[in-house]
Design a protein around this ligand. Structure first.
Ligand code: BG6
Length: 529
C-alpha cells in the first residue's frame, strides 16, 4: 500500500493520512514512487540474507528504475576488503539471485556507489570512518546525507551497533543542515527477541537511539504481494466482507509449510524452534490481516492501529495440551532423497528438544470473530512448500438433498495461496453432470501468473524501497511485536514443562499425529494443500 505520506519526512507529519485528503496529495497512486537521494548501509554483508536477498533486491530496484541516481550501497564488515572486493561479492550475489534481466549499464551505474568500511562493531574508529564515508557520498554523489542502516546481524550485536551509531553521530537526524531535512533510519531483521521481556529490552535499546518512526522492523511476509492483496480482496470487494465473520466462518487455517530441513542453521535455530521463528511474526501478522477491521485509511498509523486492536484481542485457547502441538522431524525419504532428522543435522544437540513443527489455536475475542478458532501451523521437512490461508465456512444450515447426494460435499472454503503458485481458490459444491443429483466439491481459481502480465516484486525489493521512501505501513511497530510475544510465551513455557520433547514426525509427512488429533478433537481436520 503506497500511502500519501510525504516522502522523506518523519514525525507526526509523516504519519498523517494522505488517502483521506486528496487535496493534500494529488499524486496518482498507481505510479511507482522513486526513492529520494539516499544510501543503504548493510551490517552483516557476508551473511546469507545479504547475499541471497538484499543485494539482488538492490540491483532489481535499480533495474526497475526505482533508486535515485546517486544511490550508494555501503558494506560494513570485518573482512579486509577493498571497495572492489565488496563489489565482486555484490556482483556474485546479483548474478545468482536477481530476478530482473542483466543490464550492464544499470550495474555500472550502481557499482559507482559501492563503498566498503572495514571494522568490527566495537571499533570506534571504524564507525567514525563510516560517518566520513556517508559525508563523502553526500558531497560526491548527492545522497543528501540520508542513510538507512540495515542490521542484518544477530540480535546480540544490536546493542553495540546501536550504541556506536549514537556515539559517532550516525543516528542523528538533522533538520538544520544545508540540504534541509536529513534522515537516518534503522532496519532490523527478526528475531526481535526470544520472548516478551527480551523484546521489550531490545525495543528500548533501539528506541533510545532512533525514534520509533525511524525504526523499520522487517517482517518479510508483509512485503509479499499476496499478503498485501488480503487487504485488496477484503476491502475493495463487496463479495466477501458480509460473510467475513463468525456467522458464516467456521474456522481459519493458516499454514506455512516448508520442505527444507534445518541443516546449517543450528546456531540460530537450535533452542529457538518453529513457534518463535515464524508464528510469533509471520503467522500472527497474517492472522491480523485476515481479522482486522476496515482501516479508515491505509496510512501506516491507521493500519497499524487496526492490527494492534486485533492482536490485543487475540487469545490462546486453553488447555494448551489440547490446543497446541509440536513436532520434530526424523530422518527418512523425502522426494526421493534420504534426509537426516534434526538431531542428526550438523551442530544440533543430539538430545535437542527444539520443535521443527508447531500448531497453535488462537481466538480473536471480538464481536466479529467470537467462537471462530484460528489454527496456525508451520513446519520444516513437510510434504511440500506451501503457505496458505484458508477461511473455512460453516455448512449450509439445511441441505434439501438426500444425504447420499451430498456425501462428497465438504465445507466451502476461500483459500489465499500466499506462495508458491500465488493466487486464490474458492471451493464450493456443484452438481455432478448426469441425470441424477449428486453434489461434489469443485474449485474456482485465480492465479497471478495468468491474470496479470506484471511480475510480482520480491518481498525485500518492496521493503527496501519502502525504507528509503520512509513508508512504514508494512513494518510492525514495537507494540505489535511485544503483543505477539505475549500471546506466544505461555505456549513456549508450557512446552518447556513437559518431560517429553516434541512428537517425532517423518520427513516428507504432514507433521506429528498430535497435530491431527488437536483438530480432530473439535471435529475438524487440516487441509492437505
Ligand atoms: C524466515 C524463517 O523468517 O522465513 C525461516 O526464519 C523460513 O525459517 C523463512 O525458512 C521462509 O521464508 P519464505 O519467504 O521462503 O517463505
Amino acid at each position: 500500500m503506497t500511502t500519501g505520506t510525504t516522502t522523506g519526512t518523519t514525525g507526526r507529519r509523516g504519519q498523517l493520512d494522505g488517502w483521506t485528503n486528496p487535496l493534500r496529495d494529488a499524486r496518482d497512486k498507481r505510479l511507482p514512487r522513486i526513492a529520494g537521494p539516499s544510501s543503504l548501509v548493510i551490517f552483516g554483508v557476508t551473511g546469507d540474507l545479504s547475499r541471497k536477498k538484499l543485494m539482488p533486491a538492490v540491483y532489481d530496484l535499480a533495474n526497475r528504475g526505482l533508486l535515485p541516481p546517486g544511490f550508494s550501497l555501503v558494506g560494513f564488515g570485518r573482512r579486509k576488503w577493498t571497495a572492489a572486493d565488496f563489489g565482486q561479492v555484490v556482483l556474485d550475489a546479483v548474478k545468482a539471485g536477481a530476478r530482473t534481466p542483466w543490464r550492464q549499464e544499470v550495474w555500472d551505474r550502481l557499482a559507482e556507489g559501492f563503498r566498503f568500511v572495514q571494522g568490527t562493531f566495537d571499533d570506534d574508529e571504524a564507525f567514525d570512518r563510516l560517518n566520513d564515508t556517508i559525508d563523502e557520498l553526500d558531497r560526491e554523489r548527492g545522497t543528501g546525507g540520508n542513510a538507512a542502516f540495515y542490521l542484518s546481524i544477530p540480535p546480540s550485536d544490536f546493542p553495540v551497533v546501536c550504541k556506536q551509531l549514537a556515539r559517532s553521530g550516525l543516528s542523528a537526524q538533522n533538520d538544520s543542515g544545508e540540504n534541509g531535512h536529513q534522515w537516518r533510519r534503522v532496519v532490523i531483521e527478526k528475531p526481535f527477541g526470544h520472548d516478551l521481556d527480551s523484546a521489550i529490552e531490545l525495543n528500548e535499546i533501539v528506541n533510545d537511539v532512533f525514534p520509533e518512526e525511524s525504526v523499520f522492523r522487517i517482517d518479510h511476509y508483509l512485503g509479499k504481494e499476496t499478503v498485501q492483496n488480503i487487504l485488496a480482496l477484503r476491502f475493495a470487494n463487496q463479495l466477501f466482507e458480509p460473510i467475513w465473520n463468525s456467522h458464516y466462518v467456521d474456522h481459519v487455517q493458516i499454514t506455512m509449510a516448508e520442505d527444507i530441513g534445518l541443516g546449517g542453521r543450528a546456531g540460530y535455530y537450535d533452542g529457538i524452534g518453529a513457534a518463535r521463528d515464524v508464528i510469533q511474526n509471520h503467522l500472527l501478522q497474517l492472522l491480523a490481516f485476515i481479522a482486522l477491521e476496515e482501516p479508515t485509511s491505509f496510512s501506516a498509523r491507521r493500519l497499524r492501529a487496526e492490527k494492534i486492536k486485533v492482536l490485543n484481542a487475540t487469545r490462546l485457547v486453553y488447555p494448551l495440551e489440547e490446543t497446541t502441538a509440536r513436532g520434530q522431524y526424523t530422518g527418512g525419504w523425502q522426494g526421493g532423497e534420504l534426509v537426516r532428522g534434526l538431531k542428526e543435522e550438523e551442530g544440533y544437540d543430539p538430545n535437542s528438544k527444539t520443535e521443527t513443527y508447531a500448531a497453535i489455536t488462537y481466538e480473536v475475542a471480538t464481536r466479529r470473530w467470537a467462537g471462530v478458532p484460528f489454527y496456525l501451523r508451520t513446519g520444516k521437512r513437510l510434504g511440500r512448500r506451501v503457505t496458505e490461508i484458508a477461511v473455512v465456512f460453516k455448512r449450509a444450515p439445511h441441505l434439501p438433498f438426500d444425504a447420499t447426494m451430498t456425501e462428497e460435499l465438504g465445507q466451502n472454503a476461500f483459500v489465499i495461496r500466499v506462495q508458491p503458485d500465488e493466487g486464490v481458490t474458492m471451493r464450493f459444491g456443484s452438481k455432478v453432470p448426469g441425470s441424477q443429483m449428486e453434489v461434489r466439491d469443485v474449485t474456482m481459481d485465480f492465479g497471478y501468473g495468468t491474470a496479470f502480465t506484471e511480475s510480482s516484486p520480491e518481498a525485500y525489493e518492496r521493503l527496501i524501497l519502502d525504507v528509503l521512501l520512509g513508508e512504514p505501513s508494512l513494518f510492525p511497530v514495537n507494540e505489535e511485536v511485544e503483543r505477539s510475544w505475549e500471546i506466544l510465551d505461555p505456549v513456549i513455557e508450557h512446552w518447556a514443562t513437559l518431560p517429553e520433547g516434541p512428537d517425532p514426525y517423518a520427513a516428507g509427512s504432514w507433521g506429528p499425529v498430535s497435530a491431527d488429533q488437536m483438530l480432530a478433537r473439535t471435529g475438524r481436520h487440516w487441509r492437505r494443500p
